[in-house]
Design a protein around this ligand. Structure first.
Ligand SMILES: Nc1ncnc2c1ncn2[C@@H]1O[C@H](COP(=O)(O)OP(=O)(O)O)[C@@H](O)[C@H]1O
Ligand SMILES: [Mg+2]
Length: 382
């Protein structure tokens, strides 16, 4: 055999190539935004496929007229961190060679102190970062950087920022957001793609009139991949590895996971492992149990600090109650306390992203597998 063995299903990391499926409409929309310089805001729960989609679109842009900078704001704890990451990403995206990098740094960031570390091949393999000194540089100067480079070099730049909601956690965040928006909205050669998983935070930043990023660009929710697409994908991946799964059982995978991308792939993987030749219903049930095992440590962590009231509220939701929480019978049956308490519970669980309002405006538990775990393993229900 030649080549490396490819896993039939991939989860937990961004997917590309054969393991990236569907998303045709979203791909076209995002690609057009990148090409024509439209700012984009992309929201979805974690592990639905934002990073994979953005990377996929980037890989389709094959013109030197557009450069793409990537920043992951997840690790940024302050304005200072963010500005460093921003400068580093922009210079990286606009310099393909070491010499160019030096030149860009001298021309555009002369007052920055670069930190360089070399790998095995010093000419091509190096990593760089900037130490920006707030005494010498203003944040605005750094934020202008992509526009300055883009104009000078005659191309456009798209800046992609993952886990953007992290900015909302910085000290004095609103002032910083105002600063970002006021600089960015005047840039004509640079556009931004801002995406994040904390739905609640992202919505507040982009959909509240009193927030600086209100109406910043084309906002869309990354939806679920359709059941037919998933079934086709799952069956095809089984076939490619000499196994077989009936369509009905591929559907069970989709319905159990409520089509959450990462869970679909993870459960399909567990089913595939268990399958001898042709998948049986028992194989799927076995795999579901293994999925719960795999998720258990995280679910324990997510729920161990919840109050009894909060768990009771989740219990009501898990049993399909989505409105009328303050009715006396519901308050009593699920031991939710007072009507005022219900309001507090909704707020605190929303802030933890444990519950969310889905499309038909119903309150639900955000994570379908967490819901299943609570029912089966915490409450011992079927
Ligand atoms: N287009 C896709 N096709 C197939 N699987 C996908 C797709 N997008 C996401 N996934 C699955 O979801 C997982 C998480 O994707 P990722 O892009 O990291 O999501 P996010 O950035 O929204 O957290 C991937 O590892 C993969 O299992
Ligand atoms: Mg991501």
């Amino acid at each position: 055999m030649t080549g490396k063995i490819e896993a039939p299903f991939v989860f937990g990391v961004r997917v590309e190539g054969d393991t990236f499926t569907d998303r045709h409409e979203e791909t076209d929309r995002l690609k057009a935004n990148f090409t024509y310089g439209v700012n984009t805001i992309l929201i979805s729960p974690r592990r639905m496929g934002k990073t994979s989609l953005v990377e996929h679109v980037c890989s389709l842009i094959d013109t030197t007229d557009i450069r793409i900078a990537h920043i992951d704001a997840f690790g940024c704890r302050s304005e200072h961190d963010f500005v460093n990451a921003f400068a580093t990403a922009v210079v990286r995206a606009t310099s393909s060679k070491w010499e160019e990098w030096m030149e860009n740094t001298k021309t555009f960031l002369s007052r920055f102190v670069p930190k360089i570390s070399f790998g095995q091949d010093p000419l091509n393999d190096f990593s760089l970062s900037f130490e920006y000194n707030p005494a010498n540089n203003t944040t605005e100067e750094v934020l202008q950087l992509p526009e300055l480079i883009a104009r000078t070099k005659g191309y456009r730049i798209v800046v992609c920022i993952d886990e953007f909601q992290q900015i909302g956690e910085f000290a004095d965040s609103l002032t910083f957001q105002k600063k970002l928006r006021s600089v960015w909205q005047l840039q004509s050669n640079v556009s931004y793609c801002l995406y994040g998983s904390k739905k609640h935070m992202m919505e507040r930043m982009f959909q509240s009139k009193s927030y600086p990023f209100y109406r910043f660009g084309d906002l869309f929710y990354l939806g679920k991949i359709g059941e037919d697409d998933w079934v086709q994908y799952i069956q095809q991946r089984f076939r490619a590895t000499g196994k077989d799964i009936p369509a009905e059982l591929a559907q069970v995978i989709c319905r159990t996971t409520d089509r959450y991308s990462s869970y679909v792939q993870q459960l399909a993987w567990l089913v595939w492992l268990r399958t001898n030749q042709t998948t049986t219903g028992d194989d799927v049930q076995y795999a579901i149990d293994r999925l719960l095992d795999a998720c258990e440590p995280l679910f324990i962590q997510q729920t161990e600090d919840l109050s009894a009231y909060q768990l009771n509220f989740l219990h009501a939701l898990a049993n399909g109650i989505s409105t009328g929480f303050t009715q006396a019978a519901v308050l009593k049956e699920y031991r939710l306390g007072t009507a005022a308490n219900v309001t507090r519970l909704k707020k605190s669980l929303t802030e933890k992203d444990l519950i969310t309002t889905d499309a038909p405006r119903q309150l639900v538990i955000s994570d379908p597998i967490l819901k299943m775990w609570l029912k089966r393993r915490l409450w011992r229900e079927p």
